[in-house]
Design a protein around this ligand. Structure first.
Ligand code: IVH
Length: 663
């Protein structure tokens, strides 16, 4: 029996490993996510029944143990070197001339992308036919790094063990880069900001911050990726190209964007190609690494101080430039949050003129020491909003205005949030953003931001209710509106008089209330009237609504919301009563979605759940039955795991709702 279990466990581990490899390393899955989950679950179940048979390199053992209080310092087997830099074609040509002077004319170059991440060293130890990951360390000063093994174990493209490699000693090292894909960077920052934390400056910092987490579960949630490029010692490989091939064969993730160039002209055109195409990559690069391919030639060339003579980093000009902050102005959003923005003396950064850089909040301004008149270095990374990276003579002490720059109303900071808010509900800036939001939520065709602006400028509209009092004549007066288009817009507005209750609640712009919560409220209370009368306790009893949200809703209904709603009703807007929960296979089940679904939008999936009798909420609680995790899931996934809520991937969700698999 035990032999049978042992064999099945081995089989399952091999299968799970193979599919993880296909998915995370090769990006070429062969089975559905649901099939993968089934395998994984069987493995977990068998291991739970036979804990004595769990091995540390089992795919189930990526996150284990408790956060450590600190990182141990570890000495690298051999120093982790750095590279000499070249910024121009001339410098690269000069380098290659020196190379040829030493090794002769017969040279080929292995060209790789220089990933803007964090150098890592992974140590493997071989025994019983397998090489197991025993240590992962940061580069540190090149000689001594930090032991971050539990964190790197959570990175799915890092193999916990590989087949033993003939030609390699018992202990060997694999080195490369760990990085944060741009999509993950944007998600992580969005979440940090939502939670009132400081966002990361760029993907590199985000990767570094995620690797140096004391809690590996946080690292696990950050979707880090790897590209490996060094094998030490290099075993049977005779060239860098063969090293890359060997690493790929062993199961490491190796960047496919590489060439073996037989002339420096090819090197230069590879460099140029990726300069022009770097936007298409899912990660940032800061240049190309050119390595003399043959190991015997590398050896002949040797080292200068801490860098090899046989390699050079052919960098891209930094997408950074120096300029002066002319002013710091604050923008006011729909909920009154003030965002400081540096107005810059216009400057070209990587071919784009930059005029503004977001400073996020007061704390950030002062941590950087930005002030009007400061000379700053600004940076543009991919499509990310330009940012101030450093200040020449930093001076903290900038203060948010005490009065709103738009309405002059009081500005307050509500602890623990880092944001400052204008608390005047009549503030024109907020009014404008609220109207835009209202029009967008009710999906009034033709009522885009520009039209809303014109209506406000002409004082035709001050609050949502006014939209419904507009006549064709009023609209004809707007720029770019003729008889016909004015008539059309008028009709679209009229058509929006009977919105479903959930849409209506969303359009009100109640703080904290997003799409799923609005649906939830509509389902629970059915009518606007019942919702308006709901006590904080009743609100709290609704799935997905916590104390903060309940308080915000009640405050809104007693305060600014009361009049807005009253006026809308007076103007003849009639929110439609929400129907009873339909009977269906999902009756009584609560779902929460996180990440991006491949097959339909999150809103559509939530709608589907409701049609089948289930409930969709915006946040995870112990009462949530399922969390459905799409691509790049957010912190809701961590929370689900913490609360032991069942997590479904997209395929499992479609299976559950009986829609078969997407694709
Ligand atoms: S080779 C001795 N290859 O660049 C050779 N480095 O300035 C060591 N890097 O610390 C490095 N992509 O973090 C090499 N394809 C690549 C690279 C790469 C990024 C980083 C690495 C290293 C730094 C050197």
């Amino acid at each position: 029996m035990s032999e049978e279990v042992r064999r099945r466990l081995q089989e399952l581990r091999a299968e799970v490993r193979r599919h993880e490899y296909l998915y995370y390393v090769l990006d070429r899955p062969e089975i559905s996510d649901a099939q993968f989950d089934a395998l994984y679950r069987e493995l977990v179940r068998l291991e739970q029944e036979h804990p004595e048979l769990i091995t540390p390199d089992s795919p189930t053992q990526r996150v284990g143990g408790e956060p450590s209080p600190e990182f141990k310092k570890v000495r690298h087997l051999s120093p982790m070197l750095s590279l000499q830099n070249a910024f121009t074609e001339e410098e690269v040509r000069a380098w290659e001339k020196r190379v040829r002077a030493v090794v002769g004319e017969d040279v080929t170059y292995c060209c790789e992308l220089k990933i803007d991440g964090l150098a890592m060293s992974l140590t493997y130890r071989q025994s019983d036919g397998r090489a197991r990951l025993v240590r992962a360390a940061t580069r540190g000063d090149g000689l001594v790094g930090e032991d971050v093994t539990p964190n790197l174990r959570t990175v799915r493209s890092v193999p916990l063990s590989v087949e033993a490699a003939p030609g390699l000693p018992e202990v060997f090292e694999v080195r490369g880069e760990v990085y944060m894909p741009i999509a993950a960077f944007e998600r992580v920052n969005r979440e940090l900001e939502e939670q009132g934390h400081q966002p990361f400056m760029n993907p590199r910092n985000a990767a570094a911050g995620s690797v140096r987490q004391l809690d590996p579960r946080i690292t696990a949630s950050r979707n880090l990726q790897t590209y490996m490029y060094t094998l030490d010692p290099s075993g049977l490989a005779r060239s860098q190209w063969e090293v890359l091939e060997a690493l790929a064969r062993m199961g490491f993730r190796v960047n496919p964007n590489r060439i073996r160039a037989s002339s420096i002209d090819e090197v230069v055109s590879f460099h140029r190609h990726w300069h022009d195409h770097r936007q298409e990559l899912d990660h940032e690069i800061d240049g190309v690494v050119v390595k003399v391919d043959r190991h015997d030639q590398q050896q002949e060339l040797g080292f200068v101080s801490r860098s090899p003579r046989w390699a050079i980093a052919f960098k891209y000009p930094a997408e950074q430039a120096e300029t002066v902050v002319e002013d710091i102005v604050c923008y006011v959003g729909r909920t009154g949050v003030l965002t400081p923005v540096a107005q810059l003396r216009p400057v070209l950064v990587g071919g784009v003129t930059v005029r503004n850089a977001s400073l996020h909040n007061e704390q950030m301004v002062n941590e950087k020491g930005v002030y009007p008149g400061a000379t700053v270095t600004v940076q543009r990374a991919g499509d990310v909003i330009p940012e101030v990276v450093s200040v020449r003579d930093p001076r903290p002490g900038w203060r948010m205005p005490e009065r709103c720059p738009v309405c002059g109303g009081p500005v307050v900071r509500e602890e623990p949030y880092v944001a400052h808010r204008c608390v005047n509900p009549l503030c024109p800036a907020q009014r404008q953003e609220r109207l835009r939001h209202f029009a967008a939520c009710l999906e009034i065709d033709g009522l885009g931001p520009a039209t809303v602006q014109q209506l406000l400028d002409r004082d035709l509209v001050r609050e949502p209710a006014d939209l419904f009092r507009l006549g064709v004549e009023d609209l004809k007066g707007l720029e770019r509106y003729a008889e016909k288009s004015a008539q059309n817009l008028y009709e679209h507005i009229q058509a929006a008089r009977q919105p479903p209750l959930a849409r209506f609640l969303l359009a009100l712009g109640i703080p904290e209330v997003g799409e799923a919560t609005a649906e939830q409220l509509a389902t629970e209370f059915r009518t606007l009237d019942a919702f308006r009368r709901a006590s904080e306790e009743q609100l709290l009893a609704v799935e997905g609504i916590g104390p903060t949200m309940a308080r915000e809703i009640r405050t809104f209904l007693d305060g600014p919301g009361a009049q807005v709603i009253e006026h809308l009703l007076e103007a003849g807007v009639v929110p439609q009563e929400a129907g009873p929960t339909p009977e269906g296979p999902l009756k009584g089940k609560t779902f929460c979605f996180t990440g991006t679904l491949a097959r339909m939008s999150r809103g559509e999936a939530e709608e589907l759940v409701r049609r089948l009798g289930g409930r969709a909420t915006g946040s995870v609680s112990a009462r949530t039955d399922y969390v459905v995790a799409g691509a790049n899931p957010g912190s809701k996934l961590d929370r689900a795991q913490r609360l032991k809520v069942t997590v479904l991937d997209e395929a499992a969700f479609w299976d559950l709702v009986g829609e078969g698999r997407p694709r």
